[in-house]
Design a protein around this ligand. Sequence first.
Ligand code: HEM
Length: 166
Amino acid sequence: MKNREKTSSKAFRNYYYNLFSFLPFVFLLFTGIVVLRYHGGAPYETKSIGIDGNQWLLVHRVTALVNIPLIIIHLWLNAHWIKKLVTFKMNGKNNGMNLTLFTIFIVCATTGLLAWFVFEGEPLGQVLREVHNKLGLLLIFFFVIHLSNYYKWFLHMTKKYLGKNK
Ligand code: HEM
């Protein structure tokens, strides 16, 4: 396979995968906002869109467990970027933003998982949950920026895809 064809097939692989993993991630962020309502003081018996706070927390936890491997795969598919990061060879225009999003994701996921699996019911768990939900809000913000940085690439790939299937 020629070099250009190889790059293009990798780009399509990433394109399909990004499409596939987009909705689960948006759903995770959405459930985060819903549980924030209860975390902020609404009684857990109160229903939001048909289910109560404890059920939403369960949905948020399960969605988190589904999304973590999905995001790890997304990072692995963009391994060339991680390679540049660890070898300090970053020079692209979105690198600062990507690095910020990556760091927020790591700390947000770690604080959520530690609060659940290690410090549940302990005061430190509560502190971690506080840190977690603030980072969750930042994650939403930087994810929107991430989307806006790559929407041109996404449109370009969509046009290419449509052209390919004519
Ligand atoms: C990387 C994305 C995320 C992951 C992996 C994740 C994971 C988790 C986990 C595992 C818990 C359970 C902690 C526990 O039971 O003690 C949790 C709780 C929580 N998460 Fe997330 N979360 C993410 C994103 C978000 C976002 C975007 C928000 C909101 C802006 C958010 C808000 C919350 C809140 C408020 C709680 C505590 C709920 C409560 O105390 O009832 N999370 N998260």
